[in-house]
Write a new protein. Structure first.
Length: 264
């Protein structure tokens, strides 16, 4: 029996290690830009799904990132993600989280990420706002507002961690600034987030060429589920790579503990 347990644990270890080395970091992580790799006019996207961002305008690599390097966006410049061709399986509908470190040049309306559905629905707005706060919004098809949160204090020329999360199952949206919950809102409707990015998806500029991001951005990650507060804090403190590694080790430890318990 003991030998069988050892073999099973070895198999689990092999599975966990293969998972860590797989192309896809996490099935729910649909976009991840650490801005460590710029190549041939693109910024390489690291989730494993391959949605590299095409540089439009002046987006340059900076050595002044929160974790290593960052991207500096000149006003009016952005990354084009070719939203119309994003796999429908990767479009967040049942939940969504947009997380990033930002360091803006001024207190103004600035889009961190934006996507617009084929029916013209502005389905997501994670923003630093000119009226001195931050915004987090999702909409359903037809332009139906699910929630619209504003909170926190927008700061220029300083690193700020932004995290907006939403779970349709929970029916709640949360906005965290520097790991602290600054606002929450119960969903106004029970419908899912609009299910396509047919009119485009961008980093750093709205689809209609408004709300240009100007400044530094690092560790942008977009999920198709609502992250927990604990996950937001972990990503803020450690970055995506370390967060996922710790998460994998935790799962393995839990599995091993359960196996040992069955033998008592």
């Amino acid at each position: 029996m003991q030998q069988s347990i050892v073999i099973l644990v070895c198999l689990l270890l092999t599975f966990q290690m293969s998972g860590l080395s797989a192309d896809v970091l996490d099935p729910d992580l649909v976009l991840y830009f650490d801005f460590e790799e710029f190549k041939g006019g693109d910024v390489i996207e690291k989730s494993g799904y391959g949605y590299d961002g095409k540089i439009m305008g002046k987006v340059t690599q900076s050595n002044d990132g929160k974790f290593g390097k960052a991207a500096h966006f000149a006003s009016g410049s952005f990354l084009d993600l070719d939203g119309a061709n994003v796999d429908p399986e990767h479009i967040p509908t049942e939940g969504m989280s947009v997380v990033a470190w930002i360091n803006v040049e001024a207190v103004a309306d600035m889009a961190i990420f934006n996507a617009r559905a084929g029916d013209s629905t502005w389905l997501v707005h994670p923003e630093a706002r000119g009226d001195g706060n931050y915004r987090w919004l999702n909409r359903s098809a037809g332009g139906v507002k699910i929630f619209d949160i504003r909170g926190g204090t927008n700061k220029a020329k300083d690193w700020v961690h932004y995290a907006g999360t939403f779970s349709r199952e929970e029916g709640m949206a949360y906005l965290y600034i520097n790991g602290v919950k600054v606002q929450e809102q119960k969903a106004l409707v029970g419908t899912p987030i609009a299910g396509d990015w047919g009119q485009g998806a961008r980093v750093g500029y709205n689809i209609d060429n408004n709300r240009p991001f100007n400044g530094l951005m690092d560790e942008l990650n977009v999920w198709k589920r609502g992250l927990t507060h604990e996950e937001v804090e972990s990503i803020m403190n450690s970055g995506i790579t370390e967060h996922l590694a710790v998460e994998a080790r935790g799962k393995l430890t839990t599995t091993w503990g359960r196996l040992k318990a069955t033998q008592r």
